[in-house]
Design a protein around this ligand. Sequence first.
Ligand code: ZN
Length: 278
Amino acid sequence: MRNEPHLQFRNPQSELPIRLSRRAFLASGAAFWATSALPCYAAATWIDHRSYGPFRCHATFPMGDLTPLFQELSALEAELQRTLAVPPAQQLVDVYLLENEREHRELLEQLYPRVPYRRALYVQRAGKGSVYAYRHSELAIDLRHECTHALLHTNLPMVPLWLDEGLAEYFEMPAPERASEHPHFSKLRWNLRFGMVRNINSLEGCRDLTEMGSAEYRFAWAWVHFMLHGPLPAHRALVQFLGDIRHGNPPGQLSERLARAVPNAERQMVQHFKQWRR
Ligand SMILES: [Zn+2]
């Protein structure tokens, strides 16, 4: 399910914006019923609850074997602070984990009946972030991706869509593999070999997740990689851009800042990947 477009919908019940992951889908309808702060429904019972950093995790199965993953998610918060100067989460984030895909589908159909089903998703409602996922072989990737969205949005009133996805793609890999082993590398190198480049201006034009396909995800990731591992002024432009968003200063477009900070940014980005070595 990698590289599927990440869609953005409005919750048809609340009309509040919700953000959804790129992973998997199908939609159906049912009523949402809740008796407490936790989403409660007939087919699942939350039997394990744990807190790790800003994440409150609830699962329909014992989460003991996921402890290393949760510790990694807590470290993600410090990593965003170190690399992006994004401070620790301002609010707690609820992470709901289901035992299997069937349970996950049932829950999401009840909570968000008119929203296409996704393998994992991050939802923001009334300023509160929640992540929904289920246990499968790529759960760790899903959680790192969605929790990156969650951590960004607890601090920032907005993040441009392409940048939000580019950062989530970057941080979805385990820390030791983040810089050099993302699956995007191989396709990107083929793209660049044939002169196929998406500039930031075109990515900034994506207003809706339906406009972001696999190429948009790949180049969003590539620009983030360039800004994090390329020339220092590019990194500085990204950090200052996010800082202005956080402080309520009009941020303008990141493409304009990057153009001022790095001459011929597109050519430099291409060179960055041609020369990149593990
Ligand atoms: Zn995403």
